[in-house]
Design a protein. Structure first.
Length: 419
């Protein structure tokens, strides 16, 4: 595995962990700063909303800059923001610093996936994107529990100090391991970038991802009350369900990357979304037979978790190939859509839970999956990504093709750094 790919994957792990880790130390932050846990929770909201709004703007603003410099600078700002957060003495400055850290993450996150896809051999784009995407599941499975344990043992400030130390290591990795002159892949005027991004093959795919994330995260956000209602699952049962979901998600990401390389993005997405809808149908059927043993839920949760994360490499590979010189910008919009889908899933799921209990959650999630599948099929009819084009020089892609300008991403002097 290329060292630059390891650096990108570790960067993704740290940036995503920083978003989620606050949830594990909210009680400590609230007690120490004298605010309610509801107010403390806005630290998470502020981070997520900032990333969603800033990612596309940052992608356009940094499009012509060398990737190594952009990512290293973003990691450095991220580090400073967490150092200052560790010594913040009141809620207001801490909230401001969370926004600063989110701006750094918004600049870096889409670039991580775009650079992995741009530097990958055409036959391995899905796998390379999947390796970076491990950072997402790694944040949930490893980063957040570790940060929570540190905060519970040494105090919440130690959690921010740890994130700062990790950010410094990521900045060092970016500065030393990424190719020197890899660019954002786009020297196009803003108008030309927007023309590319507005094409139905891309815009419909972006919309499909929002709906799919909405459905996936709706049930994940409220898995605990759903599990209590269907199986009277206690703490141990819920822990097992979340653990199986996380492990299955990591397996699903890797298999989804392999499938993307072997089958293409469109077919991989059709299989993954269909498996997700099937798992939601099983949940709905089991609800009618409740109470059921937790052991009966575990294989369904495994299918669901694997299917939800299986789609990630295919979604990002598809956008990269279709957007060509606007790849980073397309992936930044996908990042925004992902955060938007998470927020919408939580809001809609919460309203359903308050009104009718957990029963509608898998039904509505499955319906969202069907809508996403229809949007993806419609998007595929308007343009199919072509991995072979990843070797061609940059040009404005025509509908139904994709030019990923790998030839212009690296200076010849960097060719050795890629391997």
């Amino acid at each position: 595995m290329p060292r630059w790919l390891v650096a990108l994957a570790v960067g993704a792990l740290i940036f995503y962990t920083d978003d989620y880790v606050i949830a594990g130390v909210l009680p400590e932050i609230s007690d120490d700063l004298g605010v309610s846990e509801g107010a403390g929770g806005q630290l998470v909201t502020a981070f997520s909303v900032t990333v969603a709004l800033a990612a596309p703007v940052a992608a356009i603003a940094t499009a012509r800059l060398p990737r190594r410099g952009v990512l290293t600078a973003a990691a450095a700002v991220f580090t400073v923001a967490n150092v200052l957060a560790a010594v913040a003495d009141s809620y207001g400055p801490l909230l401001f610093l969370r926004v600063v850290a989110a701006l750094a993450a918004a600049t870096a996150t889409p670039a991580l996936f775009a650079l992995a896809a741009q530097l990958a051999p055409p036959e391995r784009i899905g796998r390379y994107v999947a390796i970076v995407a491990f950072g997402v599941t790694g944040a949930i499975a490893l980063g957040v529990p570790a940060g929570t344990w540190i905060g519970g043992t040494l105090g919440w400030r130690a959690t921010f100090a740890t994130m700062a130390a990790a950010g410094a290591l990521v900045a060092l990795g970016f500065a030393t391991q990424l190719p020197r002159r890899a660019t954002g892949g786009s020297a196009l005027p803003l108008r030309s970038q927007l023309v590319i991004l507005a094409r139905p093959a891309i815009s419909l795919g972006l919309a499909a991802n929002v709906v799919l994330i909405l459905g996936s995260m709706m049930l994940l956000t409220y898995l605990a009350p759903f599990a209590d209602g269907i199986a009277s699952a206690g703490t141990g049962g819920r822990t097992a369900l979340f653990a199986v979901s996380g492990v299955a998600g990591m397996v699903g990401i890797w298999l989804g990357g392999l499938a993307t390389d072997a089958w293409g993005a469109d077919r991989t997405l059709a299989v993954g979304v269909a498996a997700f809808v099937f798992s939601m149908a099983l949940f709905a059927a089991l609800w009618q037979a409740r109470p059921v043993p937790v052991a009966l839920l575990l294989p369904v949760v495994a299918v669901w978790g694997a299917a939800a994360f299986w789609n990630s490499p295919a979604v990002q590979t598809r956008l990269h190939l279709l957007a060509g010189p606007a790849s980073t910008q397309a992936l930044s919009l996908n990042t925004s859509g992902t955060y938007l889908g998470v927020a919408m899933g939580g809001a809609i799921g919460g309203a359903l839970l308050d009104a009718w209990g957990p029963a509608p959650l898998p039904v509505v999630s499955g319906a969202a999956g069907l809508v996403a599948l229809a949007l993806l099929r419609l998007a595929a009819s308007r343009g199919t990504p072509n991995p072979a084009s990843a070797l061609t020089p940059a040009s404005t892609p025509t509908q139904g093709t994709a030019d990923a300008p790998r030839a212009e991403l690296l200076d010849p002097a960097d060719s050795k750094e890629e391997s």
